[in-house]
Design a protein around this ligand. Structure first.
Ligand SMILES: Nc1nc2c(c(=O)[nH]1)N[C@H]1C(S)=C(S)[C@@H](COP(=O)(O)O)O[C@H]1N2
Ligand SMILES: [Mo]
Length: 500
């Protein structure tokens, strides 16, 4: 008579095997697809983030930051493994009923293939999930064949051993897939263009290098590492050849502009800074780049369109959408180059919108459609409670504290006021009692560009508090009132306690 323990062990074998198949299926999908749309966890993750209530997403953004998105991706991978495991478990059961050892694996493989193909829309890459899942399930049958056909060669323990072996193998395969599948093809390629354009971007980029303050740890005026904010973990991959921008809705005649048409129009190289409405007061989601752009007004003019309605809805290949006043769009750009190269995939390749002076969220990446609306509507983030379609607030950030060799303290950061421009930054080293002007980097050309500031001072005895605040071009001082990022962007003066 089998003991209870043995029975439990017998029952656990198919579960372990099913789990192994789930792991192998997800790993195989990643191995063939990489971190792209064909990876089975991608559509699951995107569905998860869309289904999440606005308050949860907002909490995740404000409290967890980018960790929130990583957790979401982890949950999606777990769900995909679980889904495949359930499929495998049922298929194994059916195979057992029929006493046909290879029916279960074949059935599971077919269902995993169908599910993955349906989720990702890629039947060929879906084989990458189906084959490893089926192969893992076939392991015990193969082992028992090799052991001379006697199904209970190893008995209950043998079955459990081979299930555990399959799980170990699947985890090893997962590790391999993680290493091999983690390729990145994200950098923007060479930007085609005349020598004149290349010379122009080179000149502007070197101007930015020369004007950057030489301070250890301070990001230069053209960001080395431009922040990314996306509603999905996996960025869409939009082919420039097949891309076009449609202007639809309340227009006399629709526009359909191809990539070739756009890039053959006269372009400009312009510095534009971006900042995310969801970042903390002294957060790091604020950056600057040199963009290759065509003014949206030129595109509308060419089509004989005058935008007379109130608003526009911009739509993108990742199903993102944002609505804002048509007036802001008319002063905006279509960007297809970044820092002298093609727009990288992560920043919206092949074409994104740039709306000077406005929060990042309406700078729609992977842009596919501009719909002209007769009345206001809510965008993706506004449906989740944010109000991030307006102009940015003014801020001076404090990101660098250096001890100089001569014993002085050096503090530095970036200041940004959108199209209002930064004219001055003041620093206090006594918690706001007295103020001194900071040094500023020379302004870069452009209507919407940040500046760097720096200040050196003799460290007082003991702990002290440094406060920074910016002034706009017209002399307006940055408001001191503290406000959380939610829902319309953080305000207040950045304060930092410096230890002796
Ligand atoms: N299609 C699309 N566009 C998008 C987003 C997105 O998730 N999808 N995120 C927006 C947000 S919230 C910000 S702050 C900026 C960030 O641009 P970046 O990733 O190039 O820094 O892109 C905006 N455009
Ligand atoms: Mo954002």
């Amino acid at each position: 008579m089998a003991t209870l323990g043995a029975r439990l062990r017998a029952a656990s074998a198919p579960l372990v095997l099913a789990l192994a198949a789930g792991v192998a299926g997800v790993a195989g999908s990643y191995l063939v697809a990489g971190f792209a749309q064909g990876f089975v966890a991608a559509p699951v993750e995107s569905a998860l983030s869309r289904a999440m209530p606005g308050v949860v997403v907002t909490y995740a953004i404000l409290v967890l930051g980018s960790l929130g998105q990583q957790l979401n991706l982890l949950a999606a991978v777990g769900l995909a493994v679980g889904l495949f495991a359930v499929v495998a478990w049922f298929a194994l059961g059916i195979g057992r009923q029929l006493a046909a050892p290879f029916v279960g694996p074949a059935l599971a493989g077919t269902v995993v293939w169908g599910t993955t193909a349906a989720l990702t829309g890629d039947p060929l890459l879906a084989l990458g999930a189906a084959v490893p899942a089926a192969a893992v399930l076939a392991v015990p049958a193969i082992v028992s064949r090799l052991a001379g056909g006697s199904a209970d060669a190893g008995g209950v323990d043998g079955e459990r051993r081979s299930a555990l072996g399959a799980l170990a193998g699947a985890l090893g395969f997962g590790l391999l897939a993680f290493v091999v599948g983690g390729r990145s093809g994200d950098a923007g390629g060479e930007l085609e263009g005349t020598g004149e354009r290349r010379a122009r971007t080179e000149r502007l980029l070197s101007e930015a290098r020369e004007k950057s303050l030489d301070i250890a740890g301070l990001e230069p005026l053209v960001s080395d590492d431009f922040y990314e904010v996306d509603i999905n973990s996996v960025d869409p991959q939009v082919d420039a050849e097949g891309w076009s921008l449609r202007v639809t809705g309340a227009v006399e005649a629709e526009i359909d502009l191809s990539y070739g048409e756009l890039t053959s129009m006269p372009s400009e190289s312009t510095f534009v800074s971006l900042r995310c409405v969801g970042e903390g007061l002294n957060g790091e989601k604020m950056d600057n780049a040199l963009w290759e752009v065509v003014p949206i007004d030129d595109v509308l003019d060419r089509a004989g369109l005058s935008l007379d309605e109130c608003c526009v809805m911009l739509r993108a290949a990742d199903d993102y959408y944002e609505e804002f006043p048509a007036e802001a769009l008319k002063r905006g750009y279509l960007a297809y180059g970044m820092n002298g190269r093609q727009l990288p995939r992560a920043h919206g390749s092949p074409v994104r919108a740039l709306i000077p002076g406005h929060w990042g969220e309406i700078n729609v990446k992977w842009l596919t459609e501009i719909e002209v609306l007769e009345r206001p509507a809510d965008g993706y983030w506004e449906e989740r409670g944010w109000h991030g379609t307006g102009p940015v607030t003014t801020v001076a950030k404090l990101h660098v504290v250096n001890r100089l060799d001569d014993g002085r303290v050096q503090v530095a950061g970036h200041a940004y006021a959108g199209t209002r421009g930064v004219s001055r930054v003041e620093v206090s080293t006594d918690g706001g009692e007295s103020w001194t002007d900071a040094r500023l980097s020379e302004p870069l050309p452009g209507e919407d560009v940040w500046r760097q500031w720096a200040h050196e001072y003799d460290a007082p005895e003991g702990e002290h508090e440094v406060v920074v605040r910016a002034y706009e071009a017209d002399g307006t001082r940055q408001p001191g009132e503290r406000r959380s990022p939610f829902p319309r962007g953080a305000t207040g003066w950045v304060t930092r306690t410096i230890e002796p």
